[in-house]
Design a protein around this ligand. Structure first.
Ligand SMILES: Cc1ncc(COP(=O)(O)O)c(C=O)c1O
Length: 442
């Protein structure tokens, strides 16, 4: 549309979040990749598509249907209604999710404290909508921050205050300082959002001792923690995984956000939230925060598609409710790719300690993401040039910070590519970086 065309509305008259970089970020990144379909994408945090299997989707649906009839004793018409009719707001696979959390994470949760959502994205939205009670409320979030969280916070008018992440995953001194600073300014920090396992985008994980210290601090400061855990299963060593915050949480401090996008299927759009916090209602009635979230959900998406839930439920049932067991092939592919990418970076940028303009990168212990730091600012214009002239896509880290300061880093993802594509992508990225360094030196 050109500027001369008549318009009916102005974005200035719509919700202020529209047009905010947090909301336009994902569309911008998708648009770039659509404009350059021949480019190798080290940008997308999507799961590997070759593992998708349409026949398995039908089988999962049948498995869940059989479970309704054989295990839960539903009559055929009841089972049909559960799958095809409007349904329970909090979902129909909550009992299987509770079993999954017990089997894989050692988390004991009452299924009634779970709300099954349209992806983790809806879970984040519901929680933020519920917590934002007034104009003095703020949300703390470990920076760099997943842009879907920042965007959801914008939509409910909840300012996001960054907390330093650093190499430990969360700087506890900074968290305490930010809480104090917010309170001194008359504001009310409602919660702190973080990803303790292979964070998106930093790739950093928090060790067990630090998790315990974080829970202690949260108790001291009377702060909720929003734990987002889409990547925790994809660890690249064979040792035990650190317990989730929720598994260590004895004081109902942690709201746990789950996604089946990476562990089952993103197309099902199913996630969930565990919200066991006790909420005092009118007349002294006490119920879980999950019930309040369900009330909001009933006005947003009514209920999560039961067909989609059944696909997830069937997959869980076929693996004894263990997503660890269901993802052995995926975990080994992502681990192989992560190692391949790190080795490829090491080969292309051999250590030059005497060179101040060195290229550096993180070496995460799992997950999808590696952050490469370069001696020049990385912005959308450079991404566009990278796609057009070099044929490789990545994500500028600036997208994950809530200010306009230049960021000298980019995020690479290993999840949706083969080792051969990683090689091609890294050759192209190395050419871009070398040319950029030469250009700036000259
Ligand atoms: C950290 C994080 N949280 C939440 C989500 C959204 O998950 P879902 O696809 O289940 O909405 C993603 C998706 O990439 C993510 O990286």
């Amino acid at each position: 549309m050109t500027a001369a065309e008549p318009v009916d509305l102005s974005v200035a008259d719509l919700h202020p979040a529209l047009g905010d970089p947090a909301l336009t970020s994902m569309n911008f990144l998708n648009e770039v990749s659509e404009r350059y379909p021949g480019a190798v994408s080290l940008a997308a945090g999507r799961p590997y598509e070759e593992f998708f299997d349409l026949a398995a989707v039908h089988r999962h649906l049948d498995t869940f249907h059989r479970h309704l009839v054989d295990d839960l004793g539903h009559r055929p018409e009841q089972a049909r209604r559960l799958l095809l009719q409007y349904g329970r707001t909090k979902g129909i696979v909550h009992h299987l999710i509770a079993r999954n959390l017990a089997v894989d994470e050692g988390i004991t949760v009452d299924p009634e404290d779970i709300v099954v959502t349209v992806g983790c994205q809806e879970a984040m939205f519901l929680v933020l909508r519920a917590l934002r009670a007034g104009p003095t409320d703020v949300l703390l979030a470990v920076a760099p921050t997943y842009v879907g969280l920042t965007g959801a916070a914008r939509l409910v008018d909840l300012p996001v205050w960054p907390v330093a992440g650093g190499s430990s995953g969360i700087d506890l001194a900074d968290l305490a300082a930010q809480v104090r600073r917010a309170r001194a300014a008359g504001l009310r920090p409602r919660a702190c959002y973080l990803m303790p396992d292979f964070a998106n985008p930093s790739g950093v994980s928090i060790d067990t001792a630090h998790r315990r210290r974080l829970l202690d601090l949260a108790a001291q400061e009377d702060l909720l923690l929003l734990e987002d855990n889409p990547y925790g299963l994809f660890h690249s060593d064979d040792g035990p995984r650190p317990p989730t915050l929720k598994a260590l949480d004895t004081g109902r401090r942690v709201v746990y956000l789950g996604s089946f996008a990476k562990t089952v299927l993103p197309g099902a759009r199913v996630g969930y939230v565990v919200a066991d916090q006790r909420v005092a209602g009118p007349g002294g009635r006490v119920g879980p925060l999950a019930d309040q979230l369900a009330m909001i959900k009933s006005m947003v998406t009514v209920n999560t598609s039961p067909i989609a839930q059944a696909v997830i439920g069937g997959r869980l049932l076929e693996h004894g409710c263990s997503l660890v067991a269901a993802n052995t092939r995926e975990r080994s592919a992502y681990t192989r790719n992560l190692r391949h990418l790190v080795a490829g970076l090491t080969r292309r940028f051999p250590d030059q300690p005497d060179r101040p303009a060195a290229v550096r990168w993180t070496v995460p212990a799992g997950g999808f993401f590696v952050v490469v730091t370069v001696p020049f600012p990385v912005d959308d214009a450079l991404l566009d040039r990278s796609a057009r002239d070099y044929g490789v896509l990545w994500t500028p880290m600036a997208h994950f910070y809530d200010d306009t300061a230049p960021v000298h880093a980019l995020r690479l993802s290993v999840s949706a590519v083969t080792p051969e594509q990683i090689d091609v992508g890294l050759d192209r990225l190395a050419a871009l970086i070398t040319d950029e360094l030469t250009r700036r030196a000259g």
